[in-house]
Write a protein that binds this ligand. Structure first.
Ligand code: MG
Length: 382
């Protein structure tokens, strides 16, 4: 039987890689739904190839001509910010790949859970903002959340066949980004182009900046806490510049399992699409004789305060992780637009976390309010 798949955020890096994997298995998958924010030209090509039942364009602008051409191909086109959740309401998919970037990924995840669809989750912000609610809703509805983030896929693969009670420690590896060896005093002169050139992974802009500030690793700690239900004390971050080991699990008997591979997001995507099966691929293989070095370093919390901020947000919980996330998204956007220097990103996040009126056990609406508040706060400070 063919698996029916919806890809949310199909024009982004994960979305496009997902469709590349799907293309390799024409008899296994049928694409029911694709969604983009504004990239209608990319979407049009995808519609020609995959013939989904429906597409969503959140911000169509004035491109009604191309939307009409998609309708002519037999695909229903929905537009506007609310169309995404409405689309999932009717969509026939069994599996939703959430490859949206940022806080906009939260509500579609909850909608997919409500509709009892399996979720391949690349949108870590969903779990950062509302990890407790999302994971308990998923449990209540019997929905499995399969990680697509490479570190979490690695941990998930290491845990296959293991009892989670036997986890002593999770070791999240990170490349350290492009500024691992740059002095902190030079951070204010970092340019957008420098921050966008990641040494190992090719990714979208937001996550590439998050990798440069190490906030990506901070968000991934929160993501791991909810996905694997382990406390903060059991999650360790190790800098591993070669990005060959994608993460590890240390078990209570001292045994360590690691997942290795060439850095290519198609691998964790394919694993999530077929889980619990493992299928052949033609992806590049590791050549061990060419790996000269696997090195590991401690993180420097003074140089990269993002890790402390994320740990504080996770520990305090409530609305604070949503504020961390919202302020980060807004500050990264302002940096990308050239409005603030690189080192201001962390200062703005910290300020928003200090000024926020914290709620201990928020509803989803209160989490969304905290998100909006933090973005406004950051814009006002600039
Ligand atoms: Mg990652």
């Amino acid at each position: 039987m063919m698996k029916k798949i919806a890809v949310l955020g199909s024009s982004g890096s994960i979305g496009q890689n997902t469709l590349r994997v799907i293309e390799q298995f024409p008899n296994e998958f049928r694409v029911t739904c694709l969604t983009v924010r504004r990239q209608v030209d990319v979407l049009f090509k995808q519609v020609q190839t995959f013939h989904p039942d429906r597409v969503v364009v959140a911000e169509p602008g004035s491109r009604t001509d191309i939307l009409k051409r998609m309708e002519d191909l037999g695909t229903r086109v929905l537009t506007g910010e609310d169309a995404l959740s409405a689309c999932l309401e009717e969509d026939a998919s069994d599996l939703v790949v959430n490859a949206l970037v940022g806080a906009v990924g939260l509500m579609p995840t909850l909608k997919a859970i409500e509709k009892k669809k399996k979720i391949a989750l690349a949108n870590k912000e969903t779990l950062v903002m509302a990890g407790e609610i999302v994971t308990s809703e998923a449990k209540k509805h019997g929905v499995s959340i399969i990680p697509v983030d490479s570190e979490h896929s690695a941990i998930f693969q290491c845990l296959a066949g293991e009892d989670s009670k036997t986890i002593e420690r999770i070791v999240l590896t990170g490349s350290g980004g492009p500024f691992l060896t740059r002095a902190k005093k030079d951070f204010k002169s970092i340019t957008v182009d420098e921050a966008l050139s990641h040494p190992n992974w090719s990714m979208g802009k937001k996550i590439t900046i998050d990798s440069a500030t190490l906030m990506n690793k901070g968000l991934e700690v929160i993501e791991a806490r909810w996905l694997f239900q382990v406390p903060l004390e059991k999650i360790e971050i190790i800098i591993h510049p070669q990005s060959i080991i994608h993460s590890m699990v240390v078990f209570i008997d001292g045994s360590v399992k690691a997942q290795l591979g060439v850095p290519d997001m198609k691998l964790p995507i394919q694993y999530a699409l077929f889980y619990p099966e493992r299928r052949p691929s033609s992806f590049e293989r590791l050549d061990f004789t060419k790996i000269r070095e696997l090195s590991f370093y401690k993180t420097d919390p003074d140089k990269f305060p993002s890790l402390k901020l994320a740990a504080e947000a996770l520990q305090k919980g409530g609305t604070l992780p949503a504020v961390l996330n919202g302020a980060n998204e807004e500050a990264v956007q302002q940096f990308l637009e050239g409005k603030i220097p690189f080192n201001r990103i962390m200062e703005l996040i910290q300020a928003s976390m200090c000024e926020h009126s914290w709620i201990a056990s928020p509803s989803i609406e209160e989490i969304l309010q905290a998100d909006r508040w933090s973005r406004r706060f950051v814009r006002q400070k600039i």
